[in-house]
Design a protein around this ligand. Structure first.
Ligand code: ZN
Ligand code: ZN
Length: 346
């Protein structure tokens, strides 16, 4: 075991504090990563505060990890010391179920292992990226191409892949009209990615407050959903709508914005069920679907795509001492568009 610096939540109700945690010894298939940057995802806050169920504490969140390989196990072939690498929302899976064999480890039928707060296959509880180092099995480590700075790459490991995967799966590209609901951490990446894929992109946001940003990030159009006219004007328009809002929204109204055979894909997850009017679906052979992060192969593909198109996240880099403030600002939607912790300040 190695003792490393970290920022941890001591309980569901206390602020995060500076501490140390133990990382396992580097096994034959493991990679030791010196973490340089870790993004702050809204999920981190939900998890440490127990919103998604009871946790074991102290808990170190963080699943948007970018860093440098400093040691590799004897059997490692995919990564070498000095490589620029990333780790996203999962660090293991069963690797033998039908979904793992398809390369969709995030949908592992025997449960993928989350990067923090999850029981790994060896029985230990995982601790995330608000830390100086992490040990991860090589198969769940991806390469960050040279063209991408590590700070703007970190949020791609969750916010990037969460939006890239459904955009690809539902065929965003030239000739397709894509709408993105919500311009936050996920939404701003959805806009950048869909634009880079060649789609015509529309942002559907509560107000026009971030319109200038949205257009700068690559949106062609920007509408306020607080304006009832928006729903009349855009009825039957979109081939694909990516809903990044995790609060409850009126799904049936948004379904009416889909063109024939369009799909509305939820990547956020409100705690309560979302009612859907079946007429909104059958009246246009429409689909209401969901999508969760992406597999390791697709995560690598996304990073390569981002490097090729020179796109990273829009970030605000903070020292570790500002993590608790950043949480409050995330909850108040006061961030454009992702906080990234400089882990040298731990
Ligand atoms: Zn996340
Ligand atoms: Zn599996």
């Amino acid at each position: 075991m190695t003792t490393v610096k970290a920022y941890a939540s001591p309980s569901a109700t206390e602020d995060l504090i500076a501490t140390t945690i133990e990382r396992r010894e580097v096994g034959p298939h493991d990679v030791l990563i010196e973490i340089k940057f870790a993004g702050i995802c809204h999920s981190d806050i939900h998890t440490v505060r127990g919103d998604w169920g009871p946790q074991q504490y102290p808990l170190v969140p963080g699943h948007e990890i970018a860093g440098i390989v400093t040691e590799v196990g004897s059997a490692v072939t995919k990564h070498a010391v000095g490589d620029r690498v990333g780790v996203g929302c999962m660090v293991n899976s069963c690797r033998e179920c039908a979904n793992c064999l398809k390369g969709e480890e995030q949908y592992c039928l025997n449960s993928m292992v989350g990067t923090y707060g999850a029981v790994d296959r060896d029985g230990t509880v995982t601790q995330g990226g608000y830390s100086s180092h992490v040990v991860v099995t090589e198969d769940f480590v991806v390469r960050i191409p040279e063209g991408l700075d590590l700070d703007v790459a970190a949020p791609l490991l969750c916010a990037g892949i969460t939006t890239y995967s459904p955009l690809r799966h539902w065929g965003a590209g030239p000739g397709k009209k894509v709408a993105v609901v919500g311009l936050g951490g996920l939404g701003h990446m959805a806009v950048k990615l869909a634009h880079a894929m060649g789609a015509e992109v529309t942002v559907l946001s509560q107000s026009l407050k971030k319109q200038e940003d949205g257009l700068r990030l690559g949106a062609d159009h920007y509408f306020a959903t607080s304006d009832e006219n928006t729903f009349k004007e855009l009825a039957g328009t979109f081939d694909l709508i990516i809903n990044t809002v995790s609060a409850s929204i009126d799904i049936s109204s948004y379904l009416q914005l889909l063109a024939l055979e369009g799909a509305l894909v939820n990547v956020g997850a409100p705690a309560e069920p979302l009612p859907v009017n079946a007429f909104a679906l059958i009246g246009g052979r429409r689909s209401f679907a969901g999508s969760m992060i992406g597999g390791i192969r697709e995560t690598q593909e996304m990073l390569d795509f981002c490097a090729e198109h020179h796109l990273g996240a829009e970030i605000e880099v903070i020292p570790a001492g500002k993590i608790n403030d950043a949480y409050e600002r995330v909850l108040a939607s006061d961030v454009r568009y992702r906080f990234v912790i400089d882990t040298s300040t731990l």
